[in-house]
Design a protein around this ligand. Sequence first.
Ligand SMILES: Nc1ncnc2c1ncn2[C@@H]1O[C@H](COP(=O)(O)OP(=O)(O)OP(=O)(O)O)[C@@H](O)[C@H]1O
Ligand SMILES: [Mg+2]
Length: 282
Amino acid sequence: MMETDLKKVISSKTGDIDVIMLHSQKGGPGKTTLSCNIAYELARRGHKTVLIDLDIAQPTIHQIFQIPEEAIEYTINDILLGKIQVMEETLIETDNPNLSLILAESRVDYGEGLLSLMKSIQDHAFFILHEMVKSLQKFGYQYVIFDCAPGYRSESVHAATVADARIFVLRPSTFSFEGAKQMLLDIYKKMNISSMNFFVFNQVPPDLSEKNRELLDLWIKELIEEYKPHCIEFLDILPISFEIMELSMNGKYIFPQKTELFKKMCYILETVISKIHDDKGK
Ligand SMILES: Nc1ncnc2c1ncn2[C@@H]1O[C@H](COP(=O)(O)OP(=O)(O)OP(=O)(O)O)[C@@H](O)[C@H]1O
Ligand SMILES: [Mg+2]
């Protein structure tokens, strides 16, 4: 076998893995909704994808994919605590064979348990998450999506450094904007995360007044300016959708393909992935 062919075989065996994390400073802008839809769509397009619930205090992905408790033997909590390494049993299957989940412990002990868990994972989360991604790559996965807890929790911040790209989700509110700006300057800029940062406004009223549309444009410009000399790119404005709200009342979180949200989510997905590939020279 020619040397170049051999290289191809080796690289196709391990493949390469792209890691995207979704974050916000305030709670509730739509990280989980977008994470699930991005992961679901990647899998639908035939890519082997793992969606990871890194919101250990308020996990939701097990509910969204309706995974019964008895099917969850190991969780991200066990991995973060260094009890286990990622293995077949940690990866929960879904209806789509290309989409696997790593879930968080659904019975959260909100007293001492959670506090000591957060304390114990603080120091090791970066190394553990990095090792986990490497193992997932060996298992042949192509994409990892981290759905993070909002704010400054250590596992979210570590996931940001492990990821190839970060998507910040904001609501069109002054609190969301000021919070995002603060987090970007306090954490991301200080950690020197200089590129492959993106942001998106979600839950935007469809008929914004001209004045508020201008305000949104101003916020977009200001975030980009404040983050300089590093780079954060604006992705899109996603509308608030009553259809999605009604679907979520019935436990359905995946955007139907005919909806505007689906089209915009695909645009976000394609933009971020093509930039990751450009960045890696793929
Ligand atoms: N564009 C949208 N239109 C209508 N409803 C939406 C939209 N995006 C998200 N939602 C709804 O908003 C709520 C919060 O969304 P989600 O749980 O994804 O936010 P989150 O950022 O993950 O929250 P948390 O910070 O608590 O983890 C959910 O009920 C979801 O269905
Ligand atoms: Mg969430």
